[in-house]
Design a protein around this ligand. Structure first.
Ligand code: KG4
Ligand code: ZN
Length: 351
């Protein structure tokens, strides 16, 4: 089964062709990602209107490139998948409308994909793991611990009460003048910094319910930084290292709580899976390893380029759904907000 996937929910214009042969891992035939970084960098963050226009200008070319690199034509493709939300609505409209047009003209089924579901299922594309698994989803907009019990069957165990982890990285970078996007910049600075110089808070630590809170940490960091102005290069590196250390310890503590809740409700997970841009961070990958090891659970972290937004994850989620006969009508509406628990699965849920 061959699926074309389209991703336009944020600041990457992406398309990919993925093959699914059976229950095992999939095969990525092409995965083209065009980052709009340079267009948004002068504004220190993603500007929705600029993003939507950039998607319009680039998407046709990116799709053609994905097909060419895969050595396929539209007539070879079994279904068209596009991210239909959650995300910046202008971009979502561009991707979904394009997918609908391709689907209509070529008489291929359409799969309107939830972007978070695509992150959640990526580990099955790369490793073919079985359900149920525990997912740590950490991106610019989300920080969640979920039980992934099947395609379309996700139970939220914990979430952030305020900022997402990626957002906290981005705000830290902005505060310290490190530019956008913040995560990779903060990580780079942290390497040469002292993680114990500043004693920053670890909110929610040791609570039984596996939720996160980042805003107290962010405020404490800002107060430290403001008290030292002007900041030396070493101050910046030490602030980044201390911030990252606090996040690492929080992830360790909160995920341990999450695994406990998972076991109590659903039994032993087949794996601990990480997804979303934050999972590209080496220090966080290391602590995930530790959580898995301590719990006797296999850790699955897709490679960095499949953790950040891409078309292959959308194509794969489309293939998983198409295999179950879960296609969508051409009037499917794009959604700015679309929580994972509200996704339709193969069976009606009892609760
Ligand atoms: O999943 P993603 O590509 O986009 C969505 O938000 O959906 O995640 C982007 C987020 C940004 O907040 C970015 O700063 C963060 O992931 N990020 C990182 C790293 N790379 C990306 N955070 C920490 N360390 C990194 N190396
Ligand atoms: Zn994402």
């Amino acid at each position: 089964m061959l699926v074309l996937g389209i991703e336009t929910t944020c600041d990457e214009t992406a398309a990919a062709v993925v093959e699914r042969t059976g229950d095992g891992p999939g095969k990525i035939l092409s995965n083209i990602v065009l980052s709009q970084l340079s267009e948004h960098a002068p504004f220190g963050g993603v500007v929705p209107e600029i993003a939507a226009r950039a998607h319009v200008e680039a998407l046709d070319r990116i799709i053609a490139k994905a097909l060419m690199e895969a050595g396929k034509q539209l007539r070879d493709i079994d279904g068209i998948a596009a991210a239909a939300g959650p995300g910046l609505i202008g971009g979502v409209i561009v991707g979904l409308t394009t997918a609908k047009a391709i689907s209509l003209v070529n008489e291929k089924p359409l799969m309107a994909i939830n972007h978070l579901e695509a992150h959640a299922l990526t580990a099955r594309l790369t490793s073919g793991i079985k359900f149920p698994y525990c997912l740590f989803l950490a991106s610019g907009g989300h920080t969640q611990i979920l039980a992934v019990r099947g395609v379309g069957d996700y139970a939220l165990l914990g979430t952030t009460l305020d900022d997402a982890i990626g957002e906290a990285f981005d705000k830290t970078a902005k505060l310290l003048g490190l530019g956008y996007p913040g995560g990779p910049q903060v990580e780079k600075e942290a390497v040469r910094g002292n993680p114990t110089r500043f004693n920053l808070p670890r909110p929610m630590q040791r609570r039984a319910e596996p939720d996160f809170s980042l805003s107290g940490l962010k405020t404490a960091l800002r107060l430290e930084a403001e008290s030292m102005v002007p900041l030396s290069d070493q101050d910046v590196a030490d602030l980044c290292a201390s911030f990252q250390q606090a996040v690492v310890e929080l992830v360790h503590d909160r995920l341990r709580a999450g695994m406990k809740v998972f076991r109590a409700k659903y039994g032993t997970p087949t794996a601990l899976v990480a997804a979303g841009g934050v999972a590209a961070n080496e220090a966080i990958r290391k602590v995930l390893q530790r959580v898995g090891f301590e719990g006797g659970i296999k850790l699955v972290v897709p490679p960095g380029e499949l953790c950040t937004d891409n078309g292959a994850m959308i194509a794969w989620a489309g293939a998983e759904r198409l295999a179950l006969g879960l296609t969508d009508p051409l009037d499917f509406a794009p959604r700015a907000r679309w929580p994972l628990e509200e996704i339709a699965g193969p069976k009606p849920k009892l609760s």
